[in-house]
Design a protein around this ligand. Structure first.
Ligand SMILES: Nc1ncnc2c1ncn2[C@@H]1O[C@H](COP(=O)(O)OP(=O)(O)OP(=O)(O)O)[C@@H](O)[C@H]1O
Length: 266
């Protein structure tokens, strides 16, 4: 679990994050959503320590990250996996070498042990056959899967993903979403995703934080979104006539199914 407690962050005289408190729950896919410029990336950078908060604090499983010294932060970072928007693979390294990189950096185990773990991860993302290929020889979706394998190779407790679906077609996006969701649940990770993808919101949003002009406007699950009366959230999520109709149909479906109604009460 990652908690943000009364976070404030600004640049010069501009306030970007305005007293944000939110919880990223463990074993869940936590999404940060909101319009461009609402402060999602700044919030994520504060969470991983790429930016310092002006006030408030961030806690990882009740440990105050904001007050940790460099050594403590370095130790915590070993438990953090990151998937970058561009996949950020090293062009001159093979798929296998890219995935091994974090293990080499933290010099974990013998070469044989490292290779075994890398192959386990490549197998998990269905890329064992591509181990010897270079990034230039594989598709964008495959690169994302290499990025996921690299992000999980050290068995992180926390996984951060910045726009994991950017540049991918809808079907490949679904595969990536499903993979991240499965890995999160299998390994009980606290996964935090910054996304604009409404499909991800509806399919993977175990827990969603909606940012509006630097403030947390709403927090809940993808099921709660269907019944939310928050005007700003509704305008953002169900922006088109098509999506508004889809929402009404889903609401009717839920009302008609006892199982769904019961789930909603949980
Ligand atoms: N290093 C910085 N210095 C000054 N201003 C910054 C800096 N980083 C971000 N900002 C400003 O903070 C605001 C929020 O930016 P942020 O990148 O968090 O938005 P976002 O919600 O992630 O947007 P998008 O969805 O477009 O990525 C923007 O107005 C941006 O210009």
């Amino acid at each position: 679990m990652i908690e943000l407690i009364n976070i404030k962050k600004g640049f010069e005289d501009r306030e970007i994050l305005r007293d944000v408190s939110a919880t990223m729950e463990s074993g869940k896919v936590n999404l940060i959503i909101g319009a461009s410029g609402s402060g999602k990336t700044v919030m994520m950078k504060c969470m991983v320590g790429l930016m310092e908060v002006d006030s408030g604090h961030i806690a990882y499983d009740k440990k105050n990250f904001t007050e940790m010294d460099t050594h403590q932060r370095k130790e915590l970072r070993k438990q953090i996996g990151m998937l970058f928007q561009s996949s950020a693979l090293f062009d001159s390294m093979t798929v296998e070498q890219n995935v091994m990189f974090p293990m080499d950096m933290f010099s974990m185990g013998t070469l044989k042990e490292k290779r075994q773990r890398v192959m386990e991860c490549l197998d998990r993302v269905n890329l064992k056959d591509a181990a010897k290929k270079l990034p230039a020889e594989i598709s964008g979706g495959m690169k994302k899967r290499v990025g996921i394998a690299r992000a999980i190779v050290l068995k992180p407790k926390y996984l951060f993903c910045d726009e994991p679906n950017s540049g991918l077609d809808p079907q490949t996006s679904l595969v990536i979403d499903q993979l991240i969701k499965e890995l999160t649940h299998e390994n009980n990770m606290t996964t935090v995703i910054n996304t604009h993808d409404m499909n991800t919101v509806m399919e993977s949003g175990d827990h969603i934080v909606y940012m509006y002009q630097g403030q947390k406007q709403w927090e809940g699950s993808n099921k709660d979104i269907i019944f939310s009366k928050d005007q700003q959230l509704n305008d953002f999520i169900f922006a088109s006539e098509f999506l508004r109709e889809a929402k009404e149909m889903r609401q009717m479906e839920i009302f008609q199914h006892k199982d769904w109604r019961d789930q909603l009460k949980k």
